[in-house]
Design a protein. Structure first.
Length: 276
């Protein structure tokens, strides 16, 4: 539940802020007639994200056991790559995101409303499609779908509320600290997803060491227990963790967290990212 909540809150607020920037700029420049194509692009992006989630779930359910393991492993690796790229992308471009989106809106308006809808679609779809893939893989690591779903709904709901309040200047949020903290949390969750993907490939025989465990705590913590699901979804804990799983988990955290938390290499995010 906690992991899906963090993912949904972080990615949902990013999408909400992007929509807020687009809407605020269109309104501020007295182009309200263009709100319809803008919201159309946003709506299509949301629908595409939901469709991707449905396709992933349906595909997984229709595969054989080995096919499902292969699919889960591949999607896990892809999700880790996308999330890693996105947290660094946001850290690097957050300060200039508003100006970049304004420039894209101006260029699109000169072409026509369809171009504006396309700009809005890609701006939101970038977050939505990544979220759908990462949420799907995290669901696989958590195992408890009901609690994970609750976390997803709560995270998205809070993201929408915060996005609206920031847009209306009802609240001020230090986005630099928020994105840094949630970025660290996403990286930790991604390490767990990476470990899960390696486990799936070990079961397929593609990676050796399936039965070479660093620890096996199943006598004390049941694999399907709430505690195991909570730890698995947040920090990637597995009751039977192989040496390769642990080395990949720890290596990923060191390789990603060190440059992510280093100062002076990337500009900080602004305190409030939505213009008046």
């Amino acid at each position: 539940m906690l992991s899906t909540f963090i993912i949904a809150l972080r990615e949902g607020l990013e999408a909400a802020l992007i929509v807020g920037i687009l809407v605020a700029y269109v309104v501020r420049t007295d182009r309200r007639h263009l709100l319809k194509p803008l919201w159309t692009g946003v709506g299509v992006a949301i629908a595409a994200s939901l469709a991707l989630g449905a396709v992933l779930s349906f595909t997984s359910a229709e595969l054989t056991d080995r096919g499902e393991e292969l699919f889960a492993g591949l999607t896990s690796f892809i999700a880790v790559g996308l999330v890693t790229w996105m947290v660094f992308w946001m850290k690097r471009t957050a300060r200039y995101l508003r100006d970049e989106l304004h420039g894209k809106v101006d260029s699109a308006i000169s072409t026509g409303p369809i171009s504006l809808a396309i700009v809005a679609f890609f701006a939101v779809a970038r977050e939505g499609l990544e979220t759908a893939l990462f949420i799907y893989t995290n669901f696989k690591t958590v195992g408890a779908a009901s609690t994970a779903t609750i976390g997803l709904v709560l995270g998205l709901g809070l993201a929408v509320v915060l996005g609206y309040l920031i847009y209306n200047r009802s609240v001020k949020l230090n986005l630099s600290k928020f994105f840094t903290i949630t970025g660290v949390a996403l990286i930790i969750v991604a390490a767990g997803v990476l470990s899960y993907g390696i486990h799936e490939f070990q079961e397929l025989g593609y990676i050796p060491g399936e039965d070479s465990f660093l620890w096996d705590v199943t006598p004390w913590i049941a694999k399907e227990s709430i505690l195991a699901s909570l730890l698995g979804g947040t920090v990637g804990f597995d009751t039977t963790t192989s040496f390769i799983q642990f080395y990949a988990w720890a290596g990923y955290l060191v390789a990603v967290l060190v440059p992510y938390l280093s100062k002076g290499k990337s500009p900080a995010a602004p305190k409030v990212a939505v213009p008046a």
